[in-house]
Design a protein around this ligand. Structure first.
Ligand code: PEP
Ligand code: MN
Length: 317
C-alpha cells in the first residue's frame, strides 16, 4: 500500500502539479496509490502555516477526477470528518498529536459512524508519545466503525521507537502496518533506508511525503521527496530483505535502537561530567572523592542484583 503526497495542501497549483507527477510516475505494477495532503495542520506554533482548510477539499476533488487517485486527509475533529466525507475524501487519517488524546479519537470515530458517507479506510498514526497501548486503544475505538483500520508508524521525536511498533504488531498482527519514514526521521536522506528496514520487518506499505518543490514547502520541507525521487525509490521495490526472519529482524532493530540510545545517554553523562570537572577546578576540589565514588558503585550494584545483571557488568561500565 503506497500513500504519497505533500505534507500540506498549499495551493491548487502545487497540489495538482504534485498529483499529476505522481500519477505519471506510478509504476505499472502498482494497482493503486493513495494521494495524501494535510488540509488542517496541527502545528506546534500558531505562527506556522495551519493548512489551507476547506477550500483544499475542492482541489482534492480535481486530483480524484483528473489524476484518478483516491485521496486521504488528516482529521482531528468531528467537523473535519463531516466536511471531508461530504467532499468525497476516500481515506481519513488521525495524526500523532490527535492520537495522544483518546477523547478526540473517540469523537472522530463517532463522527464517522454518524456520517451518511463512509470512507474506504481509517488510518491511525502512533501517538506523539511512544505508547503502544494507547495506539492499540485508538485502533479499537476506530474499529467500532465498520471501516477498515490501518496503523501508521511515524515514530517519536525523530526516532523510530521500534519497540512500540513491535508491541503493536505482536498484539494486533491482523492490522496492516505502514511506515511513515518522513515524519520518523525528519530527513529525506533517511527515507530509503527506513523503507528497506520496513520491508525486512514485514510492513505492509509506506506513507511518504512528496512535494513538487520541497524546498519551498510551507511545512516539513526537509523531509519531502520530489516526485522524481519518489518514482526512483518505488522502482527499487521490492528490496532484498537484510534478514529472512521477521522476528530476528525486529529484535535486531530494537537492539540497535537501544544501543543508539545508550550512546546518547553516555554522551549526555560525559557533558555533565565535564561540567562537574570544571566546577571542581574552579573550587579547588580534588577530582576523585572516594565516598561519592563508592556510593555510586554500591547503588548500581544493588540495582543490578534486582535486575538480573551481574555486578561485574556494573563494575566494568
Ligand atoms: C503529517 O502527516 O503531515 C503529520 C502532521 O504527521 P504527524 O501527525 O505524524 O506529525
Ligand atoms: Mn508532514
Amino acid at each position: 500500500m503506497f500513500i504519497v503526497g505533500p505534507c500540506s495542501a498549499e495551493t491548487e497549483t502545487q497540489l495538482l502539479a504534485t498529483a499529476r507527477a505522481v500519477a505519471a510516475l506510478m509504476p505499472d505494477s502498482f494497482e493503486q496509490v493513495i494521494f495524501r495532503a494535510g488540509v488542517w495542520k496541527p502545528r506546534t506554533s500558531p505562527d506556522s502555516f495551519q493548512g489551507a482548510g476547506m477550500v483544499a477539499l475542492k482541489w482534492l476533488n480535481r486530483v480524484q477526477t483528473e489524476c484518478g487517485l483516491p485521496v486521504a486527509v488528516e482529521v482531528a475533529t468531528p467537523e473535519h470528518v463531516s466536511a471531508a466525507l461530504a467532499a468525497g475524501v476516500d481515506y481519513l487519517w488521525i495524526g500523532a498529536r490527535t492520537g495522544a488524546n483518546p477523547i478526540a479519537v473517540q469523537a472522530v470515530a463517532e463522527a464517522v459512524i454518524q456520517s451518511p458517507v463512509q470512507p474506504r479506510g481509517l488510518m491511525i498514526k502512533n501517538p506523539v508519545n511512544a505508547d503502544a497501548m494507547l495506539w492499540k486503544g485508538n485502533i479499537e475505538r476506530l474499529e467500532r466503525t465498520s471501516v477498515p483500520v490501518i496503523a501508521v508508524h511515524r515514530g517519536c521525536n525523530h526516532r523510530p521507537c521500534w519497540q512500540m511498533a513491535y508491541e503493536l504488531r505482536s498484539a494486533r498482527p491482523d492490522i496492516p502496518l505502514l511506515i511513515d519514514p518522513c515524519h520518523m526521521s525528519g530527513d529525506k536522506n533517511l527515507v530509503e533506508g527506513l523503507c528497506r528496514m520496513a520491508q525486512t520487518l514485514g510492513y505492509d506499505g509506506t506513507m511518504i511525503e512528496v512535494h513538487c518543490a520541497p524546498q519551498t514547502a510551507l511545512s516539513d520541507a526537509r523531509q519531502q521527496l520530489t516526485p522524481d525521487e519518489w518514482g526512483a525509490l518505488v522502482r527499487k521495490y521490492p528490496f532484498r530483505p537484510v534478514c529472512d526472519d521477521h522476528t530476528l529482524a525486529w529484535l535486531r532493530a530494537m537492539m540497535d535502537e537501544t544501543d543508539d540510545n545508550l550512546w546518547q545517554v553516555i554522551e549526555e553523562r560525559m557533558k555533565i561530567s565535564r561540567r562537574i570537572g570544571e566546577w571542581k577546578q574552579l573550587h579547588d576540589v580534588p577530582v576523585l572523592q572516594r565516598e561519592r565514588f563508592n556510593e555510586i558503585v554500591e547503588r548500581r550494584q544493588e540495582w543490578a542484583l534486582s535486575h538480573a545483571i551481574s555486578p561485574d557488568t556494573v563494575d566494568a561500565i
